[in-house]
Design a protein around this ligand. Sequence first.
Ligand code: SAM
Length: 301
Amino acid sequence: MPSNPADLQEAKEGKLYLVATPIGNLSDITLRALETLRSVDMIAAEDTRRTRKLLSHFEIHKPTVSYREHNARTCGSYLLGKIASGKSVALVTDAGTPCISDPGNLLVEMALERGIEPVAIPGPTALISALIVSGLDTHPFVFLGFPPSKGAERRRFFEKNAKVDMTLILYESPMRLEKTLRDMADNWGDRKVAVARELTKMYEEVFRGSISEALSHFAGEARGEIVLVVDGAAPGEKISDDPGDSSQSPPWKEELEALLSGGLSSKEAAQAVACRFDLPRRMIYQAALEIKKSGRNFSEK
Ligand code: SAM
């Protein structure tokens, strides 16, 4: 029986349901999600193959439509046309809650423009699961999604968010974890972080410590799906608006620059700074290489 009989009635009238699905453990699906997926006329999914596996696990046999970033507008119009003609559609994402770091948002915007009210069928989402186990302040918090992968946009992202005095939540791929931890340390200082990996899955892990400790812990290859929860800027933390202002550099970086300009090699300078500030040598070494790459004229012995 549906927990809310109005749900099935609504489904016959043509509705858009935003249905959360598990982020790993299939037992996390809600009763209402199952009822909704069974009641709709079609299911729009980012990855239809992955969704079909989920559906077949629960013995749900419904047509699926591929709704992804590259076809979001055309497929969105098609889906909304179906809803306008009385069909009901469930939107699901690869894992978790639709519209959280996926193209679902556009469908909601387009639905609202056409006077179609979306219905949330809530459930798992990685950001909230990570936040509640992080041990950091759970409010206020800000969800930043995936950091831009490179270039000026990425630099601005870390600079802009340095002053945010709320707990910060980010999604990141395992390939970029180390780079992101390093950029966080450089721009935000060595704050507390929780790295939540493979939540609700067999190899679930939550690492809690400073950013530099996380860098040591995850040195080399990290695996799986990752959420970063980071302490916000401390009240009154002084961070300059001017990225060129050297007062923004952490003390270890200033010392590193001084040693490099004094003629030490990247390796020697990294060793000295890592030892003095009790930071991972690998992180400092990378920073030294980047300082050199940035064009300042340090001679390498
Ligand atoms: N809509 C999803 C949600 O509600 O969380 C997020 C989709 S986003 C495309 C995928 C990202 O979510 C992953 O790269 C990872 O950062 C995070 N994520 C998803 N499942 C996760 C899990 N089981 N453990 C940790 N992070 C996860």
